[in-house]
Design a binder for this molecule. Sequence first.
Ligand code: ADP
Length: 416
Amino acid sequence: MHIIVVNAGSSSVKFTCFGPTAGSIMATGTVERIGRNGTLLHFKAAGREFIEKQVNIENTAEAVAILSRHLVDPQTGCLNSLEEVHAVGHRVVHGGEKLNQPMVVDAAVKEIIREYFDLAPLHNPPNLEGIEAAEAAFPKAIQVGIFDTAFHNTIPAHAFMYALPLNLYREDKIRRYGFHGISHQNVSRAASEFLGHAPEELNLITCHLGNGCSITAVRGGRSLDTSMGFTPLEGLVMGTRCGDLDPAIALYLMEHKGLTLSQVGDLLNKKSGLLGLSGGKLSDLRDIVDAMEQGDDRARNALDVFCYRIKKYIGAYMAAMGGVDAIVFTAGIGENSPLIREKALSGLRRLGITVDHDRNQARSSKPREISAPDSPVKVLVVPTREEREIAGQVMAVLEAGSSKMRKSLTNAPFIL
Ligand code: ADP
C-alpha cells in the first residue's frame, strides 16, 4: 500500500510518496513558484537521480499532475502505475469546529473546507485545489484531509473564547482555533516516546519556531491551549507577523495614520515581527543573528523581543497546566538555533528549567535532550515530521474505516 502526502500552498506543492513498509519514503517532489516566472520542479525517487528543472506550470492541478507523472516515469519514478497509490493525505490548514479530526474527503467535506475560505483565505483555497487535483490524478485513491486546526479541538472554552459579544462566536465563528497542529501533535508524541512515558502521563510545552511561530500547552497528549488564535497572526513574534498586539493599535493606524484596511493587514502580516523590529530589511533569523554579531542594536532588540515573548508564554502555560515535565523546541529556528533556545529559557532556574550549554550546542537530526542533568523540567529538541504525521494519520483513517470518521461531521455542535 502506498500513500501520497500532498501539501498544496499558495505558490508551491510538496509531494511525498510513502511505501508499504511503515514510514519508508519512496519519493519526494516539489513544484515552487507556481504561475510565476521560473517555476522550479524538484523530484527524487529512491535509487534514482535527483531532478531539478524549470517547468511551465500555471496552477496546482498541473503541479500535482507533473509530480504524479514523475512517480511512474521509468526514468525518474519508483511505481509501475498510479493505481498502486491507495490513499492521498492532504494538509488542510483550516478545518474549523466541524472538521475536527482526520477525515475521508467527499463532497460534503469539500463544501466545509470551502465554507472556511473566509477564515483562511491564503491557505484553504489552494488546499482544496490540491485535493481536486489529486482526485483527478489518482481517481482510484481515497482522499483524506488532515487539518492543522484539528489537534487544537480539545482546547476548552475558557481558553478558546475571546471576551467579545457571544454572537460573534455563534454567528461568525470567531474563536481561537490554533494552527501548526500537525507539528505540535507530531513532536509531542515523539517527545513522549523519547522520555519513555505514555503521552497521558506528561505535561509538555511545544514551541514550533519557523517563519511562523506558535507554542502549545499539551496536557496528557491533548492540546490545552495554543498561541495562534482566530488566525495565524496571534501569539509569538514571527518572521514578518507581529503576534500579540493591543487591538486598539489597528484602530489607531486607521484613524490617525490614514491606513486602509488592507494596508493594516499587510503591515501586521508582512511588515512586522522580526522584519519590522530589525528595521524592515531582515526577517530570516540567521541574517538577524549575523547583524547582531556585527553590532546592530535593532537586530539585538528584535531577538530580545522574540525570546521574551516565548518566555512569557512558557510561564503562562506552566501555570495553565500546573507545571510542566518538558519543553520541546522544533521547526527551522527551534531545531537549529541554540542561541534562541538558551535566551528564551534563561533565568528560569527557579521554575525548574536549566539548559546545559554544551548539550544545547550539539547538532543532530534526532530528538535530543539539552537540559542540565539536574534540571527538573527536561528541555528537548525534536525535529518535526509533518509529512510522516500526515501519512500516519491517513493509515489510522484507513484502518478505522471511513464511516467512523464521518460521525463528527453530522453532529458538530456549537460548544456554547
Ligand atoms: P516555515 O515556517 O517556512 O516552514 P522553517 O521551519 O523552515 O519555516 O524555519 C525558517 C526559519 O528557520 C528562518 O528564520 C531561518 O532563519 C531559521 N533557520 C533555519 N536554519 C537555521 C539555522 N541553521 N540556524 C538558525 N536559524 C535557522
